[in-house]
Write a protein that binds this ligand. Structure first.
Ligand SMILES: NC(=O)C1=CN([C@@H]2O[C@H](COP(=O)(O)OP(=O)(O)OC[C@H]3O[C@@H](n4cnc5c(N)ncnc54)[C@H](O)[C@@H]3O)[C@@H](O)[C@H]2O)C=CC1
Ligand SMILES: O=C(O)/C=C/C=C(\O)C(=O)O
Length: 479
């Protein structure tokens, strides 16, 4: 299968005719080819966006919204094909793609398709003197750059608000997981999106991505990915005065107090540790447990981890599929090695999982749990982005808080306690853009989403996203 770019409403090959192999992580085998687009392809996409912009931004929000809702309906119609493509591309369990990734992609379009109609502007009255009112103009042609862990989920999380706000988009999906973006390109044509409103340019970060960020026609960049890449984009975009939204890495703490509902805390902590093979920026990779329940939590947690089935993503019984790439597999294995060197005691997993048959060459790692690691060690400080978590007992609230906050990241945190006064006391003290109390990955698309410190800049979600993709202009009328 040879994928194509979407430029100006047409599915087109890359101008220079170069392609990269797409590898199925569960097998290690190439199954498709993705365009290795270059600056000329990017330029064509930006120009198509510029040509489409005047009509698109002039369209009433209700009509733009109707097209986005139509796209959501087509995603729901094609849920099975999209889920299969996502699973094959990424290595995630097909069950997860069916129940999380693709439904959320549909929700993203439906949500922003309707939200744009409720996007109001502000007025400031200076009594007897003047009326100021704010107009929010779409920024223009914007770039969305998305990662491989939740490919269509995060790509749609960016392009839906951009389109709803009246911007035209050039999106560069991850070169590791391009298939659902290609299927979405076909659906965008079928939905009747005007040519050039949404453009999809496939390729690598250093080639297509860098050209997109540097392109003078791009007014804003919305990026999700690694912190190092985010820092590089910021260095590139700052002197070009481009607006930037960065959703980056995390090293999220999970604070389990002795008064919690232990059954629920254990069940959800297993999910927050290993969902999507630990490849969600919100995964709770550091679990701090109040000492009186440490042994009980550990026993119940390890029993549930032992029951997780690592296997073929297509198998309905599989809980954990393959990591996204061979390079990522080796990164994760290197952190397991480091955990031993830093004095960690292995409690579960710790090895590459060797499957047989179709998946003999796949990139599988066992769900892995360590204890005995210092909060300041590298394994507890650096983003592993894989199925590796640490357990650490704590004695006081202050100690737990200091450890939770003691990394360069600040994306999310989870508190497990029945004491709501404690939860309200701790939540504002946590350096995390998202705090969950007695739950995890509970999402309301209206809420601000993003990280503090090195986890990002700006917020996605709800009205925050519409504000990002628009430029406020104040008009002052003297009475
Ligand atoms: N916050 C998150 O959700 C994610 C975090 N990560 C973290 O980042 C680490 C590295 O993973 P990578 O695959 O290398 O992620 P990455 O951050 O390099 O890739 C994300 C996207 O950025 C693009 N990109 C890369 N370099 C670029 C450039 N110079 N200009 C424009 N676009 C560029 C990529 O092609 C991809 O579409 C992972 O091990 C993980 O720790 C990775 C993916 C998602
Ligand atoms: O639910 C969301 O909006 C986002 C979830 C996860 C990420 O952003 C990520 O893993 O990068």
């Amino acid at each position: 299968m040879q994928l194509l770019n979407l430029i100006g409403g047409e599915l087109v090959p890359p101008g220079a005719g170069c392609y990269l192999p797409v590898i199925e992580p569960a097998t290690g085998q190439a199954f498709a080819q993705v365009p290795d687009s270059d600056a000329a392809d990017v330029d064509a996409a930006v120009r198509a966006g510029e040509a489409a912009l005047p009509a698109w931004r002039a369209l009433p929000a209700e009509e733009r919204g109707r097209l986005l809702v139509r796209l959501a309906e087509l995603i729901e119609r094609d849920l099975e094909a999209l889920a299969q493509a996502e699973s094959q591309d990424n290595g995630k369990p097909l069950r997860l793609a069916r129940t999380l990734d693709i439904p959320r992609a549909a929700s993203n379009f439906a949500f922003f398709g309707t939200l744009a109609q409720h996007f109001a502007t502000e007025a400031h009255v200076q009594e007897g003197v003047a009326l100021n009112y704010t107009v929010r103009h779409p920024l223009g042609v914007v770039a969305c750059i998305s990662p491989w862990n939740l490919p269509l989920y995060l790509l749609s999380w960016k392009i839906a608000p951009a389109l709803a706000a009246g911007c035209c988009v050039v999106v560069k999906p991850s070169e590791l997981t391009p298939c659902t973006a290609f299927l979405l390109s076909q659906l965008a044509i079928e939905a009747g999106l005007p040519p050039g409103v949404l453009n999809v340019v496939h390729g690598t970060g250093p080639r297509a991505g860098q050209a997109l960020v540097e392109h003078p026609g791009i007014r804003a960049i919305s990026f999700t990915g690694g912190t190092a890449t985010g820092a590089h984009l910021a260095r590139t975009a700052a002197p070009l005065f481009k607006k930037l939204s960065l959703e980056l890495g995390g090293k999220n703490p999970n604070l389990v107090f002795a008064d919690c509902d232990l059954t629920e805390a254990v069940r959800t902590s297993v999910r927050s540790s290993f969902a999507n093979q630990g490849q969600i920026c919100l995964c709770g990779s550091r679990i701090f447990i109040e000492r009186p329940i440490y042994e009980q939590f550990k026993t119940e947690f390890l029993a549930q981890v032992a029951a997780l089935r690592v296997g073929d993503p297509l198998d309905a019984a599989t809980d954990q599929g393959a990591l996204v790439s061979e390079a990522h597999l080796h990164k994760v294995l290197s952190y397991i090695e480091l955990a031993y060197q830093e004095g960690g005691r292995l409690l579960a997993g710790g090895q590459r999982e060797q499957l047989s048959g179709r998946c003999a060459g796949g990139y599988f790692v066992q769900p892995t749990v360590f204890e005995g690691l210092a909060p300041g060690c590298r394994v507890n400080q650096e983003e592993i982005f894989g199925p590796v978590v640490t357990l650490t007992p704590f004695d006081t609230e202050a100690e737990a808080l200091a450890w939770a906050n003691g990394t360069e990241y600040g994306l999310s945190a989870t508190l497990w306690t029945r004491d709501l006064a404690r939860a309200h006391r701790l939540a504002p003290q946590l350096h995390a853009g998202v705090v969950w109390v007695n739950t995890w990955l509970h999402r309301d698309l209206r809420t601000p989403f993003g990280g503090m410190k090195n986890s990002g800049v700006g917020r996605e979600g709800g009205l925050e996203a519409l504000r990002f993709f628009t430029e406020p202009q104040n008009v002052c009328v003297k009475f």
